[in-house]
Design a protein around this ligand. Sequence first.
Ligand code: PMP
Length: 352
Amino acid sequence: MSKFWSELTASLTPYVPGEQPKDQKYIKLNTNENPYPPSPSVVEALKGVSHADLRLYPDPTCESLIHAIADRYDLQADQIFVGNGSDEILAFAFAAFFSPNRAIRFADITYSFYQVYAQLYQVPVERVPLDEAFNTPLERFYYSEGGVVIANPNAPTSKYIPVDELRAVLEHNPDQVVIIDEAYIDFGGESAVKLISSYPNLLVVQTMSKSRSLAGLRIGYAMGNQELIEGLNRIKNSFNSYTLDRLALAGGVASLQDEAYFETTNARVIQTREWTTAQLRTLGFDVMDSKANFVFITHPNQDASQLFQALRHRGVLVRFFNQPRIDQFLRVSIGTDEEMQAFIQALKEIVG
Ligand code: PMP
């Protein structure tokens, strides 16, 4: 008899994260981490977690962090959900709101975890092709059967959809959940949070991994109508009620209490992004207008996979996607000024 139980897992194609090299010799521009450390007050808060308290389970309601997020966005606590990174929140949202009987829509080029979750939960997908210039044809998201997921800014293209243009997608999917994944929203975009009071079908997902430099603590959050948040809580409590640990709860709250630091480091990343964009254009690259902490680039007469290898050889790690439509592009995270200068210097040596 065949091992019937192994068929499901064998058929899954899991997400492949960017490399996390064990040695320090690379300039790491491949996973969209923030080049700056988190606010010093985060470290203080972590030290404040007592040795003795680690014996105890964390607060399953994550009350302190939920209140800090509610204050920051002018929402009620019951409009907030927190999880271990936005990846986990997306997994819960797919389980909570999408069905094996109704196709959902997301772009053909977008964050590849959406496809992984759709497969995991056996949700059918209609992939909407981005246009020639990698813009999102929003009308093609109208009247979905089972829901919509849009990353804004999109990954890996870095393109941003002005938030008011999303209203039409929400209006044309009144009975479906529309997830707006705002992992990169703090680098120049405007959040869809302001639409929550008008659209009960909107779930906005954000993360502390990028703009708050806390990828290592794994903190994501979702904001939306009470009914959606209640749905997420039911799913969470069916898996693991203690999602966020004590360190993440303490660090997340501390980060939200230091907005000045957050604004300073984000402004720095944006400034470095604009400098990098200008330099790349001088070197003959096409660079998409970015509202994220990375740029998406291609060169008319350089092969992207060879560029990727040549950069790696010079100690610079960027991201190459071996997939249709984008196999001549590289995604480059914005590092410190020094790192980006070294990256541009390496490119000058390669492309001449
Ligand atoms: N959404 C998008 C579009 C992303 O690029 C990422 C980062 N890889 C995530 C969500 C997940 O981020 P995290 O789980 O660290 O919050």
